[in-house]
Design a protein around this ligand. Structure first.
Ligand code: LLP
Length: 380
């Protein structure tokens, strides 16, 4: 495929890297049959990506009825699908019940009652795990921290026991265990040690109360290297899984679930844009590209930086790097990919690559300004 001739902007996915990443996840978990990895579909629901992940045998973590259907359509077996989220609508719950998913990660008492009623009407039993808000700081960006008590997620720990007792009473509910997710793009892996110790204490308390815990789900959040994507294309899965292997004390037979999104798909995707104009402002030089925050919102929304390369200039003789503000065409001043990005002298028509865009890139694209959604292309 001649990527240079494709209409920009588009996402390019390196499926070989995705498969290598999946192989590493499998290698690191193969000796622990009680470990179950679910891919967090929200990171990227492109059908080719989902099919590749399904073929590797991972389950799915979904946060909407649409994601449940997308995961099932991609071939992920229903018994490997879990469904989380603070605001599941009736129709989404019914979709999930009819799909026969393995577990609802329930975040409030009213949600439990509602799932129970809907399951009774459908004539099925819903398995539910309770999401606990452990009030642990994941030391990541404020907008993607989820485990603090000020966040909307999960049950307060003191509400857990009554919720479990209620679940055990309800005829259409089966109590499946505990769920956690403390944040995303976690780079300081020590926070997972804190989480494990927290879970150990909670498991002891539940045991003392006579409650058996069939499963624990520790969520996702493992970060990727946005600064050196080429040197570190595969995240530190070994280190990550070892923490749970060594720090968690699970009761016999308890299953351990993971929900990894970014770490699986982040590095395999690149957003490719074309330089429309190079504009010399009074104080700054702008590279104006044809991709904007409608294609990749992370810089505008979280102040994230994606490793940026001028692919066309790489074919010209080497020249001194210059600082450019790399911006998109959207009519908002937040439509900036980076400021003072050091690039070789850049010309109209040059292709610009934004790396590490496989997670929360295409999945968060929008049609703002009546712009079409970016297309996607794949290499094997
Ligand atoms: N499980 C639950 C319950 C979650 O809410 C999330 C992500 C995950 C798993 C997967 O987390 P991961 O392994 O991908 O970190 N749009 C933001 C990230 C939002 C994450 C939301 N929840 C970004 O672009 O950085």
């Amino acid at each position: 495929m001649d990527f240079n001739s494709l209409e920009t902007p588009y996402y390019h996915y390196d499926l070989a890297l995705l498969r290598r990443t999946l192989d590493e996840v499998k290698r690191c978990t193969k000796n622990n049959p009680e470990f179950h990895v679910h891919y967090a579909v929200k990171a990227n629901f492109n059908p080719r990506i989902l099919q590749t992940i399904a073929a590797a045998g991972l389950g799915a973590d979904c946060v909407s009825g649409g994601e449940v259907s997308a995961a099932a359509a991609a071939g992920i077996p229903s018994e490997k699908i879990v469904f989380a989220g603070v605001g599941k609508s009736d129709s989404e719950i019914i979709t999930a019940l009819r799909t026969g998913i393995s577990c609802f990660n329930v975040e409030s008492r009213p949600e439990l009652e509602n799932i129970s009623e809907l399951a009774a009407k459908e004539g099925v039993t819903a398995r539910v795990a309770f999401r606990i808000n452990p009030n642990i700081d994941a030391h990541t960006h404020a907008k993607i921290t989820t485990g603090l008590s000020e966040n909307k997620f999960g049950l307060a720990p003191e509400d857990l026991l009554p919720a479990i007792r209620r679940a055990q009473e309800l005829p259409s509910i089966e109590y499946a265990g505990l769920h956690f997710h403390i944040g995303s793009q976690i780079q300081d892996l020590k926070v997972y040690v804190t989480l494990c110790h927290y879970i150990n204490n909670l498991l002891n308390e539940l045991e003392a109360a006579g409650i058996a815990t069939p499963s624990v789900n520790v969520g996702g959040g493992l970060g990727i290297d946005y600064v050196h994507p080429k040197e570190n294309p595969i995240p530190p899965f070994e280190k990550y899984f070892n923490i749970f292997r060594h720090e968690l004390r699970l009761p016999a037979g308890c299953q351990l679930h993971f929900e990894l999104g970014r770490s699986i798909v982040g590095q395999c995707g690149t957003l490719i844009a074309r330089t429309l104009y190079v504009k010399e402002g009074r104080s700054r030089k702008f590279v104006i590209v044809d991709a904007g925050f409608t294609d990749l919102i992370r810089p505008a929304m979280y102040g994230s930086h994606h490793f940026t390369e001028n692919l066309t200039a790489a074919t010209r003789p080497e020249a001194t790097l210059q600082p450019y503000d790399v911006v998109g065409p959207i009519c908002e001043s937040s439509d900036v990919f980076s400021r003072d990005e050091l690039l070789p002298p850049t010309l109209r028509g040059d292709l610009i690559a934004f790396r590490s865009a496989g997670a929360y890139g295409e999945a968060m694209a929008s049609c703002y300004n009546c712009r079409p959604l970016p297309k996607s292309y794949f290499s094997e």
